[in-house]
Write a protein that binds this ligand. Structure first.
Ligand code: COA
Length: 247
């Protein structure tokens, strides 16, 4: 298991996956994506694991894709993120997210694939794809209008400004806002409740809830990834990455 992704059985049937690169606000580099993909695959394959909790270390969810990897943008730069999104969007076991601190880029869009999500009162969300010269990913161009409404989705994805946990709840990205530092407790309480329910019934309910969107989500991920890969190499994006790295 990668050092930048930790997995731990935290309660009977509950596996916690922690993004663990606090010195970079848990930015997801290639090794982190590999670790996440392996952790999700292991949780899916383990009959003892019933519910997956995803969180970040050091009071931060994740600052999104590592901008250095974005700047390199060569070859399969975006491919590994796509593999992670494929894994999280097709997981059969319930996923519960606990968000504290920053949830940027894929840190926000991955919440669209979690079944439940809880945010601490100090959490900040942002999808700065346009700001960075990029385009939406994570099937957000399809799922965000569904959960947030088209005007709100346009605001969040086009203007790309930061927003707080109340706005995230109003946009359908999180179930509830809890006290700062209490998101993991809220996520674990609900994960334990889910793990105590009949697992086949839980799995079937998840399948039925996702069924109507599954084909469109898969298709959107592919279309978005094609544009995103092209945008990564664009002058607009490369200038934005250079500006961030020069700060
Ligand atoms: N990729 C690479 N490095 C990142 C990073 C990212 N996505 N996010 C943070 N870091 C690094 C910073 O460069 C900094 O490194 P340094 O200590 O060597 O200077 C360190 O992590 C701490 O981040 P810092 O910016 O000092 O923390 P902050 O609390 O002031 O701000 C953020 C946090 C998340 C708001 C800010 O780091 C940020 O905007 N990051 C980029 C987010 C982003 O655009 N992600 C891509 C989305 S598509």
């Amino acid at each position: 298991m990668s050092a930048t992704v930790l997995t731990e059985i935290v309660a009977p049937g509950v596996i916690q996956i922690t993004m663990n690169r606090p010195e970079r606000k848990n930015a997801l580099d290639r090794a982190s994506y590999v670790g996440l993909i392996e952790a999700f695959a292991a949780a899916e394959a383990d009959p003892q694991s019933r519910v997956i909790v995803i969180t970040g270390a050091g009071g931060c969810f994740t600052s999104g894709n590592d901008i250095r990897d974005f700047a390199a943008a060569a070859g399969d730069g975006a491919r590994i993120a796509m593999d992670f999104l494929g894994a999280i969007s097709t997981a059969t076991k319930p996923i519960v997210a606990a968000v504290e601190g920053f949830a940027v880029g894929i840190g926000t869009t991955m919440l669209l694939h979690c079944d439940l999500a809880y945010a601490g009162a100090g959490a900040t969300f942002r999808m700065p794809f346009v700001t960075l010269g990029l385009s939406p990913e994570g099937a957000s161009s399809y799922l965000l209008p569904l959960v947030a409404g088209s005007k709100r989705a346009a605001e969040l994805l086009m203007l790309g400004e930061a927003f707080g946990p109340q706005a995230a709840q109003e946009a359908g990205l999180v179930n509830a806002v809890v006290a700062e530092g209490a998101a993991l407790d809220a996520a674990l309480a609900n994960a334990k409740a889910l793990a105590a329910l009949p697992p086949q019934s839980v799995a079937l309910t998840k399948l039925l809830l996702k069924r109507g969107q599954a084909a469109s989500v898969a298709e959107t991920l592919v279309v978005e990834a094609k544009h995103f890969g092209e945008r990564l190499r664009s002058d607009e994006a490369q200038a934005a990455f250079a500006a961030f790295l020069k700060r």
